[in-house]
Design a protein around this ligand. Structure first.
Ligand code: ADP
Ligand code: ZN
Length: 494
């Protein structure tokens, strides 16, 4: 009977080398107060200058979110006091932000929704206050770092949808290469606004949730709020418009401050910066940065490579992985493998052995493009398995050796003597030997055939096949071993 409205304000750090209005280095984790200058420290009389790269990255996100870039965009001063903001105002955008009226579809986990984007605005971040015992320390390295604010309309209806939105936005900005999306380091931060009301009555009184530094907390915090607000309305009480904090230790939200009316920031145009008029060349450079985004790419891969939802989703999680996959399949096709076969073999290998090795060696998936097992080497390896040159038994060890020794798979297989044995005469020798050594099992298996005991026959056969494979160090082609053992079992019967 209640309707829920959720709108998010996400802030992302743009990966510009320098800050948005000065030449200071923009980096996380540097020695405190080493990346500062009179401009970002807010000394009187200094002049900011716009970092065009920040404007380009901001517009790139805006375009990826289907926003309109206005003919003119400019900056305003947003006045408020905060100890970590030395100027006592923040340069932000208000009347004509760089991206306006867009939308993005979110899909997955049974959710499918179009979320309208109200705006994307470029601004400067504040510094960082660190509370240490009885003193508070200030680190201004972050003051002036390029920040893009992305504001949605209140179109989402559950914590799960908001979580999915943030996860998807994170993937998009990483695909675009404009933000690392690291929520723990604060490169991507979200505030969530939520209200509930009787269905059909429109928006309710909103509560703003802060301190949501993981997409899971966004879900938990919002769902907690929806329950809390529903209970209040159920018992005839009203909801107070306020800002609340998510307490991750107690799994609940608690009031931070009431926010009856919109704060008066006394916005006025920043007099020290020019109005920015995106010209044709600038707009072309923005469009040139647009890449195929995660959702459409996953949909394309699914069809083009006959993958299932899970496979295409996992592969498209990171752009580098999707690129790696497509390059490997294309290289395998050039080596003569049939496309559908290559696509399926490489997807399976990538999502099992290769992922395991990467996580064991703590290699970030985003760095898959520079591993020793290049797409070409994976393609070569896949062909060796497919044509029976290499046995599947040593597949993972082969890949590990390629990683460790930086050699082609064919060379590794040759050096280790891991070529598959495909010669029926050689395999028959091994089979005959095991057949003699395991005479009792062989006799039992024949008896099982007589008795029509399929289950017993199957397990005894598997035992004999396993023994034979082991006796060849796993190198005999398993299909040939299986066939030869079967022939021995049924010898003289047919
Ligand atoms: P404010 O000016 O108080 O910050 P805005 O209207 O600018 O509020 O909206 C800020 C964010 O809050 C947006 O993401 C918007 O979608 C969301 N929002 C606004 N009103 C509501 C509401 N009643 N319920 C839920 N979300 C809301
Ligand atoms: Zn500076």
């Amino acid at each position: 009977m209640y309707q829920t409205f959720i709108g998010l304000e996400v802030h992302i750090h743009l990966l510009t080398k320098t800050k948005v209005f000065c030449g200071c280095r923009s980096a996380f984790g540097d020695e405190p107060n080493t990346n500062i200058c009179p401009v970002c420290m807010g000394y009187p009389g200094v002049m900011p200058a716009l970092n065009i790269e920040a404007m380009r990255m901001g517009c790139l996100v805006a375009r990826a979110l289907n926003c309109r870039i206005p003919e003119k965009t400019w900056f305003e001063r947003k006045q408020y006091f905060y100890p970590d903001m030395p100027k006592n105002y923040q340069i932000s955008q208000f009347a004509s932000p760089l991206g306006q009226e867009g939308w993005v579809n979110i899909e997955g986990n049974g959710i499918s929704r179009k979320v309208r984007i109200r705006e994307c605005h470029l601004e400067e971040d504040a510094g960082k206050m660190i509370h240490a015992g009885t003193v508070s320390l200030l680190d201004y390295n972050r003051a002036g770092v390029s920040l893009l604010g992305i504001v949605t309309e209140p179109d989402m209806e559950s914590g799960e949808e908001a979580e999915l939105f943030v996860q998807q936005l994170r993937r998009i900005v990483r695909y675009l290469g404009v933000c690392d999306g690291n929520m723990e380091e604060g490169s991507l931060r979200a505030d969530a606004n939520v209200s509930i009301n009787l269905a059909g009555k429109g928006l309710g009184k909103k509560v703003e949730l802060k301190n949501l530094n993981s997409s899971r907390f966004i879900k938990l915090g919002l769902n907690y709020e929806i329950k809390r607000q529903s209970a209040l309305l159920d018992s005839g009480k009203t909801i107070v418009q306020e800002t609340r904090l998510w307490n991750e230790n107690r799994d609940e939200t608690a009031p931070m401050r009431t926010k009856e009316n919109a704060q008066d920031y006394r916005y006025f145009p920043e007099p020290d910066l020019l109005v920015f008029v995106p010209d044709g060349e600038f707009l072309r450079s923005v469009e040139a940065g647009l890449v195929e985004l995660p959702l459409p790419r996953a949909a394309r891969l699914k069809v083009e490579y006959h993958l299932n939802d899970e496979q295409s989703g996992l592969i498209c999680e990171e752009k580098a992985v999707a690129d790696y996959y497509e390059n490997a399949v294309s290289a395998a096709c050039k080596l003569g493998l049939e496309r559908k076969d290559a696509a399926s073999r490489i997807a399976n290998r990538l999502l099992s052995d290769i992922k395991h090795i990467l996580s064991r060696d703590k290699i970030d998936l985003a760095d898959i493009g520079s591993i020793k097992l290049s797409p070409r080497r994976l393609a070569e390896f896949t062909v060796l398995i497919a044509n029976g040159t290499a046995s599947n038994k040593n597949a993972k060890q082969t890949l590990e050796a390629v990683f460790a020794e930086d050699k082609d798979p064919a060379l590794i297989i040759k050096e280790r003597g891991w070529e598959q044995i495909n010669d029926p005469a050689v395999i028959l020798e091994a089979v005959n030997k095991v057949w003699k050594e395991e005479a009792k099992t062989a006799a039992d298996a024949r008896a099982a055939i007589e008795a029509g005991n399929q289950k017993k026959l199957k397990s005894l056969t598997a035992y004999l096949v396993g023994k034979t494979l082991a006796s060849t160090g796993g190198r005999a082609a398993p299909e040939i071993v299986g066939r030869q053992i079967e022939e021995l079992l049924y010898e003289g019967r047919k």
